[in-house]
Write a protein that binds this ligand. Structure first.
Ligand SMILES: C[S@@+](CC[C@H](N)C(=O)[O-])C[C@H]1O[C@@H](n2cnc3c(N)ncnc32)[C@H](O)[C@@H]1O
Length: 168
């Protein structure tokens, strides 16, 4: 398995968790590995595509890396059709006594644009039971399934006929 992320720090964490996987630093909108795979999976990292062009470029990347008969799976946290303001929470403890909990609130400040906001609050417990509290706000993309499907169709059409005009 080959894992791609923009962030060196995230790749360092992943290398520890997934030592048998290949890791590559790259932007999902432009990275080209020069290989095709049986399956290309973009989980919630696809949420960081906040403009339609970025989403279309990321979809192009997945198609460029998918072999014949292969599978592309995009799994955003939300789609326009089903989005509703919500809260969520979770957490886990490590065997060494450390632990983390997270609460999050998602809402759509401007339904006319393609972004939503999520506010996270983290409580981090160290091995010695000392506690740190942190919070951050993420702006992420919100698109309808049809927007993603039509970007995919346009890209596939261009693959079949390279002279076909881009309508992105
Ligand atoms: C919610 S984290 C998911 C991390 C990890 N892939 C996982 O599933 O646990 C979202 C990740 O998307 C990465 N990301 C954001 N924009 C990206 C881009 N343009 N290309 C590649 N990765 C990106 C961030 O660096 C971050 O690590």
């Amino acid at each position: 398995m080959t894992l791609v992320d923009l962030s060196r720090r995230m790749l360092a964490v992943s290398r520890e968790l997934n030592p048998t996987c290949e890791h590559v630093q790259g932007d999902m909108r432009s990275v080209r590995l020069g290989r095709r795979f049986d399956a290309v999976f973009v989980h919630d990292a696809i949420d960081y595509m906040t403009a339609e062009k970025d989403l279309a470029d990321a979809i192009t990347t997945t198609l460029e890396h998918c072999g014949p008969g292969g599978l592309v799976l995009l799994a955003p946290d939300h789609a326009t059709e089903t989005f509703a303001s919500s809260t969520d929470h979770g957490g886990s403890d490590a065997p060494d006594g450390g632990g983390a909990t997270c609460s999050e609130w998602s809402w759509d400040p401007d339904p006319a644009d393609t972004t939503i906001r999520t506010r996270y609050s983290f409580v981090l417990r160290d091995r010695d039971c000392s506690i740190d509290v942190a919070s951050e706000t993420h702006t992420t993309g919100l698109f309808s399934r049809e927007v993603a499907a039509s970007a995919r169709r346009r890209r596939l059409r261009r693959n079949l006929d390279p002279r076909a005009p881009s309508r992105r």
